[in-house]
Write a protein that binds this ligand. Structure first.
Ligand code: HSE
Length: 436
């Protein structure tokens, strides 16, 4: 049978890694796919740049549209990223009847509904395993492996850069910016690293996971996102004293009122396996009604781990080339005409427990005032630490763990506490999840 011809758009970290894996494992890949898979063309912004891959035998161009318009190319690998130019490329590829494999989480989270509608109209596949959690086959696991379950919730460490920063801060007392610079040099961070540290990248990935878990349209604009930039070394230490680790989690949960979609730093019990996922590694914990909890762990970023997911998608596409488009696995796990309109809950309606860290003047009655405000909002305290003043300081840190409450009640309580005269500065609040 004729080899399948692939055009690679973008020869950066992921594109370079993908070319390497496709070449190195060509024989085993063709035994799995049933056809030889050849990268015949590739595009890059600068053809003279040094690359991590050998491009011998690949026709290079700076014009990605040339490849998309080449009738010889069967599958386009969109490995450029971003949601604007990449969208034009993918729409054109679909229009030209080409199958697409992409690692682009922003594209899928922001424009996926339209991408999949156009792809279905044209009878082509758009595969995106590499868009979430790098090398972990989490899309396939939820979409196919767990398809007999009702998914109740999932929680994941789905940004390697953020996890790397939190881990290095905790273990080595390193400076935030210094660790971020290392993550950039290693090719883990996004082109704009605020996407990593402010939870936007994780929000894109959570949008995709929630859609395939619950059969809802992609709705990135409804994800609550809070980054890790305000996490201090002292919060990491207090959390540990209370038996918790701080992780930046993406959480999607189905409740009777709607779906919670949120990305934020989270205290999780240190005995949970996911609390011990460190460095650039990712992990996703999924709770299905039949299977119970299951945990998926692996490298969430980097050239070859991400290439592993891209190449698996290419093989899937090749295997399904001759199948009837109606009988393929639906892009978003559920049949397009059977999506649910269950609402995504606004942040104020989310219910969680909280870690609070405040600085109070060391004088009688301050704690009583704080606990009165919490009681007025029906917020129950679970644990508390108050440190004695160091030397001649007049303020002391007060740390509290609360039981579950509505975010709305906590917002109101925090603003009242911050208005108390003996309270200095802002109250730090970190949500707590037991993931039990
Ligand atoms: N910037 C992302 C991360 C890359 O650090 O996880 C993988 O999506």
């Amino acid at each position: 049978m004729k080899p399948v011809k692939v055009g690679v758009l973008g020869l950066g970290t992921v594109g370079g890694g993908t070319v390497n894996v496709l070449k190195r494992n060509a024989e085993e890949i063709s035994r799995r796919a049933g056809r030889e898979i050849l990268v015949t063309r590739a595009s890059a912004r600068n053809l003279d740049q040094q690359r991590i891959c050998d491009t011998t035998g690949i026709e290079l161009t700076t014009d990605s549209f040339e490849i998309i318009n080449d009738p010889e190319i069967d599958i386009i690998l969109e490995l450029i990223g971003g949601d604007s130019y990449a969208k034009d490329l993918v729409f054109k590829a679909i229009e030209n009847g080409k199958h697409v494999v992409t690692a682009n989480k922003a594209l899928i989270a922001l424009h996926g509904n339209e991408v999949f509608t156009r792809a279905s109209e044209k009878g082509v596949m758009v595969a995106f395993e590499a868009a979430v959690a790098g090398g972990i086959p989490i899309i396939k696991a939820i979409r196919e492996g767990l398809s007999g379950n009702q998914i109740e919730w999932l929680a994941g460490i789905i940004n390697g850069t953020g996890n790397f920063i939190l881990t290095e801060m905790r273990d080595k007392d390193r400076d935030f910016d210094d660790v971020l610079a290392e993550a950039q040099a290693l090719g883990y961070a996004e082109a704009d690293p605020t996407f990593d540290v402010e939870g936007i990248d994780a929000g894109h990935k959570l949008t995709i996971l929630a859609s395939i878990a619950f059969g809802i349209p992609l709705q990135f604009e409804k994800v609550f996102t809070e980054g890790i930039t305000k996490i201090t070394r002292s919060d990491v230490e207090y959390a540990e004293q209370l038996g918790y680790r701080i992780k930046h989690l993406g959480i999607a949960r189905k409740t009777t009122k709607g779906i919670e979609l949120r990305v934020h730093p989270t205290l999780i019990p240190e005995r949970r396996l996911i609390a011990n996922v460190d460095g650039v590694m990712n992990a996703v914990l999924v709770k299905g009604d039949a299977v119970g909890p299951s945990l998926y762990y692996g490298a969430g970023a980097g050239a070859e781990p991400t290439a592993s997911a891209v190449v698996a998608d290419v093989i899937d596409v090749v295997r399904a080339l001759t199948s009837d488009p109606e009988n393929r696995v639906p892009h978003l796990a559920f049949q397009a005409n059977a999506m649910s309109d269950i609402p995504v809950l606004p942040a104020e309606q989310v219910e969680t427990a909280y870690y609070l860290h405040l600085t109070a003047q060391d004088k009688p009655g301050v704690l009583a005032e704080i606990t009165r405000i919490l009681a007025d909002h029906q917020i129950s305290i679970e644990a508390m630490i108050q440190k004695e003043p160091i030397n001649d300081e007049t303020s002391v840190p007060v740390i509290m763990l609360t039981q579950k409450t509505l975010e709305k009640e906590m917002n109101a309580a925090i603003s009242e506490i911050e208005n108390l005269q003996p309270i200095t500065g802002q109250v730090t609040r970190i949500r707590v999840e037991t993931l039990g």
